[in-house]
Structures are given as C-alpha cells and as structure tokens.
Design a protein around this ligand. Structure first.
Ligand code: CP
Length: 317
C-alpha cells in the first residue's frame, strides 16, 4: 500500500484500494504470516489515549501494537495535563516530540479531530468520537462479514437500534455500500435519522419483523443510555418487546442469519441471553478479528511518510 492517511477520523479518509489493502493485510496477520518482526532496528512508539471507557477497542489496540513489536504507551488522559487545561493540540505535539508515532484517541466529544486534517500534530486513529464515527470498528465488522460471505454485493444488513447516536452505525453506512451492500436502519422513530439525510443505498423502517424478513445479516446497536434524557428511558423499557431480537423470534421466522454486535451488549434490551449464547451470534468473532484488522491499520499508517506531521504552522521570527 503506497498511501495511507495520517489522520484516520472517518471511513471517508480511506479509498476502496486502501480498504482492500487493509483487508488483505488483516488476513495475512490472521494467518500469522507476518507478525512481530517488522521493527527490528527502530521500534515505533504507539500510544492509546482514551478519555471515555472502553474494553474492546483499547485492549485490542494494545494487543495489536505489541504483536507488531512496537512500544506501547497507555497515555492516561485523566491524570495528564489535559486536566490542567492544556489543549489537545499541545498534548498531541508533546507526545510527538517525545517520539510517539501514532496516538489512538477516544473521546465523548464529536468531530474534535477534524481540526487536525491539514496539519496533523501526530498520526492519529479515531478510536470513537462522540456520536460521529468509529472507523476501525466498521473495518473489522466488514472483515467479519467478508469471512461469513465473501461476496457482499446485493446483500442486506439491517442495523437495529439507536442509529442516531451510534458512531459505529455512522461509519458502517459509509463503508458497507462500497461493497455493494444494502442497509436498512430499523428502530423507533426517535432512533432513526430523517429520511432525507440518508445516503444512497440506505433505507429505514420502523417494522422489526418486516426488516428481519428482508435481511441477510442483523447488526444490533447498544441503546446509548448515556446520550439520552430521562424521558427516553421509558421508551427503552419497552424496546425489547418491539425491536429486540431473540433466538425464539428468529426460530419462529425461520431466519438462520448471522447477528453482529459491536459490544458492549445490553442483554434483555437489544437481544436476549439465548441469542448471545447461540451460534448465530458473531460478536466474539468480531472481537477476534479486531486484532489483525487493527494491526493492519497501524502498520499501514506507520509506513506513510507524511512530511506534515508535527509541523507547527506558526509565524517564523
Ligand atoms: N465496540 C467498542 O467500541 O467497544 P468498547 O467501548 O468496549 O471499546
């Protein structure tokens, strides 16, 4: 792969050739063909900086970094000078000048990384920002879907749940149509975007059973309780009856189709215990695939030789 962005904020930062390259490199990493001996002379330093909780993303990046043979720094944002009011740009520039090559950053604030598009202070991977995007999750989801079905052209994936507040959903609807997939967003009206805001190839529905009947894959989203007010909590109480997916329901409808979930799952809300324990549930395959896909993303970004990184765009005196 000759080019790779220095800021991976959004799926739209990647073109199809780059995504195909990532998928092929991920397969190699999964088959353990090229692990661990990449950086014999000069070990790159890679930091995670998570200002919001995470189990899957942070630890899979930590594992991917160490499998590649790079040095791993867990930058603790809570005890850093960010808490003394230092700006994000100064923080990134400090990490860069300490020799950090890439920072994987998570925040509850949306679109915070866009300010670094022209002059990145450091190479940055978005580990999920507010309700904007979670591009690396979408890429590992695509990898998992391709393992389940090597040709996704014309296949339909239904995304159930809180589509308005889901950064994973926002990345998936940009990525999957590049592989010919049709997408149906399904849920109660307050979880669905306006029809006129939907990209080409994406529909919405408020009818669970009709949507399941049309789908080849289900993708369930967590209800983002932390992003809702109290009133909506009442609506969430009835969510399982109207939009939740149970193993019994899929059996009754004779739909033996894969069910994906980025995690963490609210068992009893978007899905039931029997489904998560069944062979239809692919959430653990997604977790397994997160390591090779994130290794591929890190390696691809490391080999990009962007001369703008760390340049301070100020007046010369
Ligand atoms: N899928 C995902 O982002 O999970 P974590 O919040 O546990 O990282």
């Amino acid at each position: 792969m000759n080019s790779f962005p220095s800021l991976l904020e959004s799926i739209q930062d990647l073109n199809k050739i780059q995504i195909d390259g990532l998928l092929s490199l991920s397969s190699k990493f999964k088959q353990r063909e090229s692990e661990s001996n990449l950086f014999t002379y000069k070990r790159p330093i890679i930091a995670t900086s998570f200002l919001e909780n995470s189990t899957r993303t942070k630890h899979s990046f930590a594992i991917a970094i160490q499998k590649l043979g790079a040095m791993y720094i867990d930058f603790n944002a809570e005890t850093s000078s960010l808490k003394k009011g230092e700006s994000l740009e100064e923080t990134f520039l400090t990490l860069f000048n300490q020799g950090v090559n890439i920072c994987i950053f998570r925040s509850s604030v949306s679109f915070q990384l866009s300010q670094f598009r022209e002059m990145p202070p450091i190479k940055i991977i978005n580990g999920g920002d507010g309700i904007n995007e979670h591009p690396t999750q979408a890429l590992l989801d695509l990898f998992t879907l391709l393992e389940l079905s090597p040709n996704l052209e014309g296949k339909t994936l239904a995304i159930f749940g809180d589509n308005v507040h889901s950064r994973v959903g926002h990345s998936l609807i940009k990525l999957l149509p590049l592989y010919g997939m049709k997408i149906i967003l399904c849920g109660p009206h307050h979880f669905l975007p306006q029809k006129q805001d939907l990209p080409f190839g994406v529909e919405w529905s408020d009818n669970r059973d009709e949507t399941i009947a049309k789908s080849d894959f289900l993708y369930l989203l967590r209800i983002q309780k932390e992003r809702h007010d109290e009133k909506l909590h009442d609506a969430i109480d009835n969510y399982h009856e109207t939009f939740g997916i149970s193993l019994d329901l899929l059996k009754k409808m004779n739909k033996r189709i894969p069910v994906l979930h980025p995690g963490p799952a609210n068992i009893g809300v978007e899905l039931d215990q029997a489904l998560i324990k069944s062979n239809l549930y692919k959430g653990y395959e997604q977790v397994q695939n997160s390591i090779p896909v994130r290794m591929a993303i890190i390696q691809s970004m490391l080999v990009n030789n962007d001369k703008n990184i760390g340049n301070v765009n100020g007046e010369k005196f």
